[in-house]
Design a protein around this ligand. Structure first.
Ligand code: HEC
Length: 124
C-alpha cells in the first residue's frame, strides 16, 4: 500500500468541488437542520422543506439568499443568516442550490441540477 503515504492521485482529488450535501452539512445544517427543518439554535431559520416556498424563490432566489444573507428581526434581536458572498465556486453553488431543492422535492436527487439551473445553463 505505497500509495497511502505517497498522497498519490485519489479518485476524489482536491480540485473536486464538494457535493451539495457536504457543503450543506458544513455550512447550513447548524441552522437549517440536516433535513431542512430549523434547529433549536436557529428557530427563525426558514423551513427548507416547504416546497411551495422554495419553488417561489426559484434557483435565483436561493442563490441570492446564500450570497447576500438574510437579516431578520425577532423582537429587538437581529437573527441573521450570514452572507456567504463568493465563498463558493459557481459549481459548488449550483449543486448546493440543487441540494436545497431536493430537501423539499423528493423527485430531485441530492446532486442533480435543478430545472432552473439546467435552463439557465442552456441559456448561457
Ligand atoms: C446562522 C444561521 C444560518 C445559517 C448558517 C444559514 N442560514 Fe439560511 N436562513 C437563516 C435564517 C434566520 C433565515 C430566515 C431569514 C428570513 O426569514 O428572512 C434563513 C433563510 C434561508 C433561505 C430563505 C431565503 C428567503 O429569501 O426567504 C434559504 C433558501 C436559506 N436560508 C438557505 C441557506 C443555505 C443554503 C445555507 C448554507 C449555505 C444557509 N441558509 C445557512 C439562518 C441561517
Amino acid at each position: 500500500m505505497l500509495g497511502l503515504l505517497g498522497g498519490c492521485a485519489d479518485a476524489a482529488g482536491p480540485e473536486q468541488p464538494m457535493s451539495g450535501r457536504q457543503t450543506y452539512e458544513r455550512q447550513c445544517a447548524r441552522c437549517h437542520g440536516d433535513d431542512g427543518r430549523p434547529t433549536k439554535a436557529a428557530p427563525t431559520a426558514r423551513d427548507l422543506t416547504n416546497r411551495s416556498y422554495i419553488e417561489s424563490l426559484g434557483d435565483r432566489g436561493i442563490r441570492e439568499a446564500i450570497m447576500q444573507g438574510r437579516p431578520v428581526m425577532v423582537g429587538p434581536e437581529q437573527k441573521t443568516m450570514p452572507a456567504f458572498g463568493n465563498q463558493f465556486s459557481d459549481a459548488e453553488l449550483k449543486v448546493l442550490v440543487g441540494y436545497v431543492r431536493s430537501l423539499s422535492n423528493s423527485e430531485l436527487g441530492p446532486d442533480e441540477l435543478t430545472p432552473d439551473a439546467v435552463r439557465e445553463r442552456a441559456g448561457e
